[in-house]
Design a binder for this molecule. Structure first.
Ligand code: MN
Length: 245
């Protein structure tokens, strides 16, 4: 089985930290029975910045669960999102995770996938795009990394959690306008790439399974803030599901 999930936002100050990490670990332990491959589609961590010799505190049990899977031979790919941009080589070297900045198109059991976090499809506001470019700029990264983490790590966590409040009853929703923009993008992409069978995205915090006019399916993976949704592919079919344990 191939598993896809995104937007856990682990470490977010508005989330019950231990509880959310424990749930992610239970999920990884459960899928260990049949997982061949796992794709993490970004924003798994709410904030992360690794230095050449130093990493932030936390996420020990989550990283441990990933490490156990990797050691058991499960291939893990982590596409960075707009919150966990600054994963560099630490998890690659320590755990064996393939970390990718951008989109990939793997062929799995004869089916071609387009996988991306979904924050860089072209329909984002100009301000957001500018900041994302700045965040990925090597010089800016070097400058940022030269400031003592005593200041930058709290700043990073604060920035990542801004304008969010956690309420267990709230449901994530896309505005009709946003939904239409994503569907339009997917229709165009699918027409231009007729070999793609499945488009999988994160980022939008809604679970969506939509068949495009080309026959290609668009799945948005949801989130682990209110629900705990993921997609699983058995080689023929892919379904969106919710982890409830
Ligand atoms: Mn995102």
């Amino acid at each position: 089985m191939i598993y896809f999930l995104s937007d856990l936002h682990l470490g977010a100050s508005y989330l019950p930290r231990r509880e959310k990490e424990a749930r992610a670990v239970r999920f990884l332990e459960q899928i260990a029975a049949d997982a061949e491959e796992i794709y993490l589609l970004g924003d798994i961590l709410d904030y992360w910045y690794e230095y050449r010799t130093v990493v932030p505190r936390g996420f020990v049990r989550f990283f441990g669960a990933l490490a156990r899977l990797a050691d058991a031979g499960v291939r893990i790919t982590w596409l960075t999102g707009n919150h966990d941009i600054w994963l560099f080589d630490y998890l690659r070297d320590e755990i064996g995770i393939r970390v990718v900045d951008g989109s990939i198109c793997p062929v799995i059991a004869g089916h071609k996938f387009y996988l991306a976090h979904g924050d860089r499809l072209g329909s984002e506001p100009a301000g957001f795009r500018f900041i994302q470019r700045l965040f990925r700029n090597k010089t800016c990264q070097r400058l940022f990394a030269s400031v003592h983490p005593r200041w930058t790590v709290p700043l990073g966590f604060g920035w990542s959690s801004r304008n969010r409040a956690y309420s267990p009853d709230a449901a994530a929703e896309l505005t009709p306008d946003m939904r239409q923009r994503i569907l339009d993008w997917a229709e165009t992409y699918s027409r231009e790439h007729p070999d793609i069978d499945f488009i999988l995205l994160g980022h939008h915090h809604v679970a969506l399974d939509h068949r495009l006019s080309t026959g290609c399916r668009l799945l948005i993976l949801g989130e682990w803030i209110y629900h705990s949704t993921y997609a699983v592919f058995d080689g023929k079919n892919i379904i969106l599901s919710e982890f409830k344990v």
